[in-house]
Design a protein. Structure first.
Length: 255
C-alpha cells in the first residue's frame, strides 16, 4: 500500500489555520508546500544580474485542486524519500523571467510548480507530471556519480545529437508545442519534442511518464523497444536511490 507523505500548507499573504492546527501540521510535515499568494516568491535560480521573476499568485479556487494533485504525486514515493531530498515546494499561477514562461522549474532542492488553470492547459495530469518532471532533475544533479548517463545515451540512435538549451530557450519564445508526440520520435526512444533537448530533459519526460503517464505510456513503451530500454535505465537509477522503485510498481501507478 502506498502512503501519502504529509505536507505543510502555508498560505502566503492569505488566511492561515489556528495556531493549534499550525503546530500539529508542522509536527507531522515532511516537505513544506507553499501556495504563493502575494507574489513574494523566494526564487534563487535567477540570481545576480538576472531579470527579476514575475510571479502571479495562485487563485483560491485552484488551491484545493493543486493540493489534491500534489498529494497524489507525493504518495508515489516511499516514506522519508522526499524529506531527504526536497526543502520546499512553491505553487503559483504563473512564473516568467524576461518573457520566458515556465510551466515549472527547480532550484537546488526547491520545486516551483505552476498551475495556470485547466483552461490554460494545466490539467490534472500536467500538474502532477510537473512535480515528477522537476524532481527528476533534482535527483539527477544530486546523484550525478551514480546516474547511468552512458547507458542512457546508448539507447539513442547512434547519429542522434540533443538540440541543446539555446534552441530550447529560443523555441519556447515561439508557439512551438513542446508536448507534441510523433511516432518517429517514440521509435527513437523519445516521449515528446521536449525530450530532444538534453539528457536531463529526456529523463524529465520519461520520469513524468513513468509516474503519471498511466497505461497509455506503458503501451507506447512496450511498442517501442528503444523507449522501453530507456525507461528501464531510468528505473535502474531510481532503484539505486531506493529499491522500493521497481518496474512493476511504476506500471501500477495511475495516470
Amino acid at each position: 500500500m502506498l502512503s501519502a507523505v504529509p505536507l505543510l500548507i502555508l498560505l502566503i499573504g492569505g488566511p492561515t489555520a489556528p495556531d493549534a492546527d499550525i503546530k500539529e501540521i508542522e509536527a507531522t510535515s515532511k516537505v513544506p508546500l507553499i501556495f504563493e499568494r502575494d507574489g513574494d516568491i523566494d526564487v534563487e535560480t535567477w540570481g545576480g544580474d538576472s531579470p527579476i521573476p514575475v510571479v502571479k499568485p495562485l487563485g483560491p479556487h485552484e488551491i484545493d485542486r493543486a493540493r489534491r494533485l500534489l498529494a497524489k504525486a507525493t504518495a508515489k514515493y516511499p516514506a522519508g524519500f522526499l524529506k531527504k531530498r526536497l526543502k520546499r515546494i512553491y505553487v503559483c499561477a504563473s512564473l516568467s523571467v524576461d518573457g520566458f514562461e515556465y510551466g515549472a522549474t527547480y532550484d537546488d532542492r526547491t520545486l516551483y510548480i505552476v498551475d495556470g488553470g485547466i483552461s490554460e492547459g494545466f490539467d490534472d495530469r500536467f500538474l502532477e507530471q510537473s512535480f515528477h518532471h522537476e524532481l527528476s532533475s533534482v535527483l539527477m544533479h544530486e546523484n550525478e556519480s551514480i546516474f547511468p548517463e552512458d547507458a542512457w545515451v546508448a539507447t539513442n540512435p547512434k547519429t542522434f545529437v540533443y538540440k541543446g538549451y539555446d534552441a530550447v530557450y529560443n523555441d519556447k519564445k515561439s508557439e512551438i508545442d513542446w508536448e507534441e508526440q510523433r511516432p518517429a520520435w517514440l521509435r527513437m526512444g523519445f516521449v515528446k519534442r521536449y525530450s530532444l533537448t538534453s539528457v536531463e530533459e529526456d529523463l524529465n519526460t520519461v520520469a513524468e511518464s513513468m509516474f503519471a503517464g498511466g497505461t497509455g505510456f506503458w503501451k507506447q513503451a512496450d511498442q517501442n523497444p528503444r523507449l522501453l530500454k530507456k525507461t528501464r535505465v531510468a528505473i535502474s537509477f531510481y532503484k539505486l536511490l531506493n529499491p522500493w522503485f521497481t518496474e512493476s510498481r511504476f506500471r501500477s501507478f495511475k495516470g
